[in-house]
Write a protein that binds this ligand. Structure first.
Ligand SMILES: [Mg+2]
Length: 305
């Protein structure tokens, strides 16, 4: 079992008053297996490995290559519309046998925090598939009228409507006010039918209406990257982040000192490169990773960028 000190956890989450230890994962992380001396990889899922229900061409071969090379890795996703079990099923449908402890999600981090801090009741605006991940607290129905200690919001997709959003707002206006917890701060993602709102815009509406500030568990929060590094037992300069989100993956990782590999799949648009954010490397897709790695990691002297 992997733990980090609460002092570190409190610092990275900007929380005061934590004592003891926070469990980062209840399974042995991949990075703990055998030190390989290789750099680690944090791998975003949606837009990098798959897009909605379609695997990205060449992704499976790259995943097999990562396994063969024994590269320490974690799949870091802000996906909150599915539990880890559901994500594993999705991997299986694609023909890849992923493991529970290879997945790092905002719900895992949030549940650990809520449990450790002994939150009693929470209202969770997440899908039915994801709500089962909250094992350490009592999840009550937002319509029950019960007082709650926290209001957790995730990606509800089409299930968001005025009534539900207003229900979360009313809970936040209770006295004492519950803590608003956002599972990631992704603004949007690309679904099968086009771009779709994620958690951040709904969080903004609630923060604005209830005049509160959410705690964020997920990208782009530095805490999420710190927790991932902790699980891999790597320092920031020993790890690459590969993602499709110029802000939530590339910029957020690089702000933590992690070199970012931007892929041109998923939500990527050419306009993403016209701002101030300069990825460490740019690939057409994750399929190009093994070739890039051979040039830049295995044979850095012959690196051409
Ligand atoms: Mg993505």
């Amino acid at each position: 079992m992997k733990t980090i000190s609460c002092a570190i956890f409190a610092q990275i989450y900007e929380i005061s008053g934590l004592t003891g230890e926070v469990v980062i994962g209840d399974e042995r992380p991949p990075g703990e297996r055998e030190p390989t001396g290789l750099p680690g990889l944090l791998i975003d899922l949606d837009g990098v490995i798959y897009q909605s229900d379609r695997i990205i061409a060449g992704a499976l071969q790259t995943l097999d290559w990562i396994r063969q090379q024994q590269i320490p890795h974690l799949f870091v996703t802000n996906t909150t519309s599915r539990s880890r079990a559901a994500l594993l099923e999705k991997f299986e449908q694609f023909g890849f046998d992923a493991e529970f402890d290879e997945l790092m999600t905002p719900i895992v981090a949030a549940n650990q925090y809520l449990e450790r801090q002994q939150f009693g009741k929470i209202a969770a605006f997440v899908t039915a598939s994801a709500v089962c991940e909250f094992s350490g607290v009592e999840v009550v129905s937002p319509q029950s009228g019960q007082a709650v200690d926290a209001v957790v919001i995730g990606d509800l997709g089409d299930a968001w409507d005025y009534q539900r959003l207003n229900g979360a707002f009313r809970l936040l206006m209770q006295d004492p006010a519950p803590q608003l917890i956002a599972l990631g701060m992704t603004r949007y993602w690309r679904g099968a039918d086009g771009l779709r709102l994620d958690v951040a815009p709904f969080d903004s509406a609630l923060e604005n209406a209830a005049a509160c500030k959410a705690m964020v568990f997920g990208k782009p929060a530095a805490a999420f990257f710190a927790a991932a590094l902790e699980r891999l037992q790597c320092s920031a300069d020993e790890v690459f982040m590969i993602g499709d989100d110029i802000a939530g993956d590339t910029d957020a990782a690089q702000r933590c000192g992690i070199r970012a590999i931007q892929v041109k799949t998923g939500k990527f648009r050419e306009a993403d490169l016209q701002g101030d954010i300069v990825p460490f490397a740019l690939l057409d897709s994750v399929a190009d990773l093994p070739q890039w790695w051979a040039r830049n990691i295995d044979d850095p002297a012959g690196a051409s960028g």
